[in-house]
Design a protein around this ligand. Structure first.
Ligand SMILES: Cc1ncc(COP(=O)(O)O)c(C=O)c1O
Length: 409
């Protein structure tokens, strides 16, 4: 019996690869100083690591422009707020969807209520997919932005961002994508999907710690900063520098967090090389080797989800929400057990079976309104991760069967 069987990887991945803990500790001890290009040796080393991380993340997320356009923030919520408030003006029209996380829902509602922005909320089908034709029909001459989440954090449905991006690219609107549930899991390619602002969070699939996230801003996109302050460069200038990343990075960045992301990027690369038997001298780029890793990670996670969907789908008294395993999806899924509110079932899984899930509305209230699960106190979200194993799966199935009062097949 383990102490915990962790299925809350959609909230944050845990554990992290060992090298992430090691590098954060080592970096903070040896080079944990304020970075600065013109500074002393330690500051130069810290800056070098940060620059390398911008370069690695750009390659990882399919951006071939200047790595200086990789901006570090606190998390994806921070990035989305910066993009929405920094690009939209009164009179603009925003298109988004009812499968968004509150990190878009709430900024969009504030923009509509307080800043004269019109918002169209696209509906998803029962499995959580948006209809590109409905999006096309919603476009107006004053549509300034389309923002969608790449994968639903409740249902796991993955949107066809390449198709949506191609459509938005034919207009004057910006395409902003929330990759919270897909960066580090799927092959996210900023340029293939014509993304103008790609927002990411560090602590989920990217295997960094909490408190670090970021955004990649395409060439030609000028986001108005709303925070001003020190950048370590151009100090004589009375105003915020216009160039990225300084334009949006006021104040000291989260150096230990970036060191964690840096270690995780190297971990992805090593995993990819090991998967394909590729040597260091093979000449493969970071983008190529990390995509080998992503294919392996996704296959491993989805195998667990397939097992769970098949098992819970056949279990009396259990409802499974979201796409079938063969549709475009990530591993995250949601269920309910008849007669037991989701939050109570979550507590029972934890207390009686040591299974960690997230039960409730998962910061995506519109998804629950549309699926009719608000009255059930939301749903039980199950999010297997890369480190989930068969013992975790057996324990979860046994726990759900016990609560549902059915024998395990
Ligand atoms: C789709 C989606 N968007 C946004 C967020 C917010 O992430 P963070 O709290 O790291 O900003 C999450 C995670 O909870 C998410 O799943």
């Amino acid at each position: 019996m383990r102490e915990h069987y962790y299925f809350d990887n959609a909230a944050t991945t845990w554990p992290k690869p060992e090298v992430v803990y090691q590098k954060m500790d080592r970096f903070l001890r040896r080079f944990g100083v304020n970075p600065g290009r013109g500074g002393h040796e330690l500051a130069v080393e810290a800056e070098r690591m940060i620059s390398e991380t911008r370069r690695l993340l750009a390659a990882f997320l399919g951006f071939s422009g200047s790595p200086q356009r990789v901006v570090f923030t606190q998390n994806v919520t921070d990035s989305l707020n910066i993009a929405l408030f920094g690009l939209l003006r009164p009179g603009d029209h925003l298109i988004t969807s009812r499968v968004e996380h509150n990190s878009v829902v709430r900024p969009a509602n504030h923009l509509a209520r307080d800043h004269g922005v019109e918002v169209t909320w696209l509906e998803a089908d029962e499995q959580g997919y948006l209809d590109p034709d409905a999006l096309r029909a919603a476009l107006r001459p004053n549509t300034r932005m389309v923002t969608v989440t790449h994968a639903s954090n409740v249902l796991g449905a993955v949107q066809d961002i390449d198709a949506i991006g191609a459509m938005v690219a034919d207009t004057d609107a910006y395409f902003v994508v929330d990759t919270a549930q897909t960066a580090g899991v799927l092959d996210v390619d900023m340029e293939r999907a014509h993304i103008d602002v790609l927002a990411f969070t560090g602590h989920k699939g990217l295997f960094g710690p909490m408190g670090i996230g970021g955004m990649i801003v395409a060439e030609g996109v000028a986001i108005r900063p709303h925070r001003f302050g020190g950048t370590g460069v151009d100090s004589i200038e009375p105003f915020q520098p216009e160039n990225y990343p300084h334009r949006l990075e006021a104040g000291t960045v989260n150096v230990p967090g970036i060191a964690g992301l840096n270690a995780a990027q190297h971990w992805f690369a090593e995993l990819g090389k090991a998967q394909r038997g590729v040597s260091d001298r093979s000449g493969h780029s970071h983008s190529e080797v990390t995509r080998f890793a992503l294919a392996h990670i996704q296959a491993k996670e989805l195998a667990h989800t397939r097992t769970l969907i098949e098992c819970f789908g056949a279990m009396r008294g259990v409802t499974v929400y979201g796409p079938r395993p063969d549709r475009p999806r990530v591993a995250t899924m949601a269920i309910n057990i008849d007669g037991i509110p989701a939050t109570q079932a979550g507590e029972m899984l934890d207390a009686d079976h040591h299974v960690c899930v997230r039960a409730g509305l998962h910061c995506a209230p519109l998804v629950h309104e549309d699926r009719g699960t608000v009255a059930r106190e939301g749903a039980i979200r199950i999010a297997p991760g890369y480190f989930t194993d068969d013992e975790d799966i057996r324990q979860l199935i046994a726990g759900v069967a016990d609560i549902a009062g059915v024998p395990i097949a």
